[in-house]
Design a protein around this ligand. Sequence first.
Ligand code: TMP
Length: 209
Amino acid sequence: MADGIFITFEGGEGSGKSTQIKRLKDKLESAGRDVVLTREPGGSPGAEEIRQLLVTGAPNRWEPVTEAMLLAAARHDHVVRTIRPALMRGAIVLCDRFYDSSIAYQGYAHGLGPQVIETLTDIAVGDTRPDLTFIFDMDVETGLARARGRGDGEDRYEQMDLAFHQALRQAYRDIAANHPERCVMVAADQSMDAVEAEIRQALKDRLSL
Ligand code: TMP
C-alpha cells in the first residue's frame, strides 16, 4: 500500500511494549520520518469508544464470540479511518497490538480457535497486513505484576487467571514460529536499552530502517 510501513507490537500484559513504541517513534521522528503511533483496541474515535466496552467491567462481561466481533468492528474502523490513510501517504505506522492479539487472546486463550479469528480478520482488515511484528515475550507473573501496578481502571483482561495468561504466552510463541517471515520475538525481561537495541537491529535487518 503506497510507500508506508506497517509495524505492530504484540505481547502479554506488562511486557513494556508501549514504552518501546514511544522510544521508537521519537527516534524515527528525529530522523525525519512521518510516524503515526496508534493502538488497539482503539486508534480512531469510533474504535476508542468500542475500547471502553472491552477493557472495563467483569472478565465474563462478554461471550467470547461477541468480544471477538467487537474487536473486529473496532479494527475495521481503525484500519479504514487511521491506518490506511497513513500508509497511503507514506507514513510509518507503529501499532500497539493488532490482529495477533485477537488470535492469541480470543483464538487461543479464550478457546475460540484461530479459524474464527482469521475469518473476522479477513473482513476487518482485508489486505492491510503488518510488514513486521514484534512479539514481546516475558515471564507471565512478572508482567502481570507490572500491569496491575498501573491502576488505570482498564483491568478487565488483567483480572483473568494465570492459566489464561500462560496460554497467551504460548499462543504468541506459536504465532512467531508459524510466521517467521513477519514476526520477531523480543526477550522483554532485559533492560529497556537492551530491548530497544534488539528492535533497532531487527528494523535494520528486516526493513533497512
Ligand atoms: P492494552 O492493555 O495493551 O492497551 O490492551 C487492552 C487489552 O485488550 C489487553 O489486555 C489485550 C486485549 N486485547 C484482546 O484481547 N484482543 C485484541 O484483539 C486486542 C487488540 C486487545
